[in-house]
Design a protein around this ligand. Structure first.
Ligand code: HEC
Ligand code: HEC
Length: 446
């Protein structure tokens, strides 16, 4: 089916409506009435399960680690200088070019606000020290992924994910040496309580103030001293993971959908029920958006267009992510992993099929995290369902789209219902927790 650009999509919606009016499409797909037993059994497969353990982080569920992690998550001092895009007061920038200490995890993943970025303009990508090339996904429920983090799965744990942004030139533009000093100078007691005594970093010849691999200040250090810094840096990630493991749906009051699964039959509107049927039926959505997270946690090419001001013209996604995770010294098989595992890396090689594949995002809380897709190409959920309805042939993507992506011939009312269902996946407020008297998602006391 050749429908080259998404501007043509409305024509297709019109055609689908016409066909439905003709009668045949309505057969066997009535949207009225309650769910069948088969539907209900299918819907139960989306029910939340307990969070899987992360054996690669021995402190993943230690309260003191989560408390330290929360402090670090909100600490903007992990960042180096802002770049030329940052002009105070414009585009949601966090300061002016040259300012340091402005960008923390919270800057692009505010847990009070859906866990993604609602600050940067244009909204498709994020403005840290520069513009990121992809959209900020939510951190809420990220802990459920047993392995892959980032849109391309270039890291295999939540703690090693947290080591990317501090040194990313467009995120925090800082360095592991600066992070290690920040911890030694401000968090030595809390760090010691979780990871053992903080090493002495006061000799500035051995431990320069800033530096990361690729920079002489770090590359010229003694291997043993580099190891000391790398260990502190890995523990920074492990503390943050311990906090992120609290940012999961069971710690928020349940979404209408979860209330429905728990037996509150009127928690879903008739429109949301109709949308749920399309989701698990004619829409084919559950083929990839399945399980407790509404994600198979795998990678697919759905033809999302590479469009937008700071979006690169091409992005091969998983194809590059595979080589990156194998080479990462902080992967689950490396010396900083608390329980080495290699099964997921063995035999992993990038093939042409991986070009343009991205991780299936969770759809829990999706209504809180516009814009959508790996590059934020779609401002709202209407654009997303429209994309699927015309079969995703935007033409502006790398590689080949997944065979599961083909025109759906859904009517406008069907698409509205699908959106209504997606909105029912939004959690309520976080439950109070004794570990964080200020609230799970609020900034920690200084
Ligand atoms: C300047 C904005 C920015 C900052 C600062 C930032 N992130 Fe992100 N984050 C992003 C973007 C953009 C992505 C997606 C990048 C990609 O996939 O290539 C991302 C991805 C993630 C993911 C992966 C989620 C998933 O489902 O794959 C997690 C978890 C995360 N960030 C946590 C953090 C933590 C922890 C910090 C602080 C150490 C942080 N981020 C700092 C923008 C930011
Ligand atoms: C072949 C697997 C597959 C199918 C089928 C599929 N999706 Fe997706 N979905 C994905 C992937 C992969 C992405 C991310 C793609 C990207 O960013 O390039 C995605 C992205 C999304 C997003 C954006 C979420 C975000 O946070 O950016 C929504 C919403 C969504 N899908 C809903 C649906 C609905 C509704 C259907 C059914 C009509 C559907 N999907 C069918 C794999 C699939």
């Amino acid at each position: 089916m050749a429908i080259p650009l998404r501007r043509n999509a409305s024509a297709l919606v019109g055609t689908a409506a016409l066909l439905a009016g003709g009668g045949w499409l309505a057969t066997g797909c009535s949207q009225d009435g309650p769910f069948s037993d088969t539907d209900l059994a299918m819907l139960q497969t989306f029910a939340l399960v307990p969070l899987p353990a992360d054996p690669s982080n021995g402190n993943a569920d230690v309260v003191a680690a989560a408390k330290l992690g929360k402090q670090l998550y909100f600490d903007t001092r992990i960042s180096g200088p802002l770049g030329p895009y940052d002009v105070g007061g414009t585009n949601g920038s966090l300061g002016n070019a040259g300012d340091t200490g402005k960008v923390g995890c919270v800057s692009c993943h505010d847990p009070q606000n859906g866990g993604s970025d609602h600050r940067s303009q244009p909204a498709a990508t994020s403005l840290g020290a520069g513009y990121t090339s992809r959209n900020s996904p939510t951190v809420i429920n990220a802990a459920y992924a047993p392995l892959w983090q980032f849109w391309d799965g270039r890291v295999d744990s939540l703690w090693s994910q947290a080591l990317g942004p501090p040194e990313g030139v467009n995120e925090c533009n800082g360095s592991r040496l600066a992070v290690a000093h920040l911890l030694a100078d401000n968090y030595a007691a809390a760090y010691g309580g979780v990871f053992g005594p903080m090493p002495d970093l006061s000799d500035s010849t051995r431990f320069p103030a800033t530096g990361k691999p690729g920079e002489p200040a770090f590359d010229n250090m003694l291997a043993g001293d580099q190891g000391i810094v790398n260990r502190i840096f890995a523990n920074f990630g492990k503390a943050i993971e311990a906090y992120e493991r609290r940012l999961v749906s069971p710690n928020f009051s349940p979404s209408p959908f979860d209330q429905f699964l728990a037996g509150k039959t009127d928690a879903l509107s008739p429109e949301a029920i109709a949308g749920a049927k399309i989701f698990i039926g004619r829409g084919g959505c559950a083929e990839c958006h399945r399980g407790p997270l509404f994600s198979d946690l795998s990678f697919h090419n759905i033809g999302a267009p590479q469009e937008g001001e700071h979006v690169p013209a091409t992005d091969v996604g998983r194809y590059d992510g595979i080589a990156a995770v194998i080479a990462n010294p902080f992967n689950r098989n490396g010396e900083f992993s608390d329980q080495k595992t290699n099964d997921h890396l063995m035999g992993l090689t990038a093939g042409d099929d991986d070009i343009g594949r991205f991780k299936t995002p969770s759809l829990r809380n999706v209504s809180l995290t516009p814009p959508y897709m790996h590059d934020g190409a779609y401002p709202d959920l209407w654009d997303v369902v429209n994309h699927y309805n015309f079969g995703g042939e935007t033409g502006l993507y790398s590689g080949e789209t997944d065979p599961a992506i083909s025109p759906l011939l859904l009517s406008t009312a069907d698409l509205d219902n699908l959106i209504e269902f997606l909105q029912s996946l939004q959690d309520g407020d976080p439950f109070p927790t004794a570990d964080f008297p200020e609230g799970l998602t609020a900034a920690p006391p200084p």
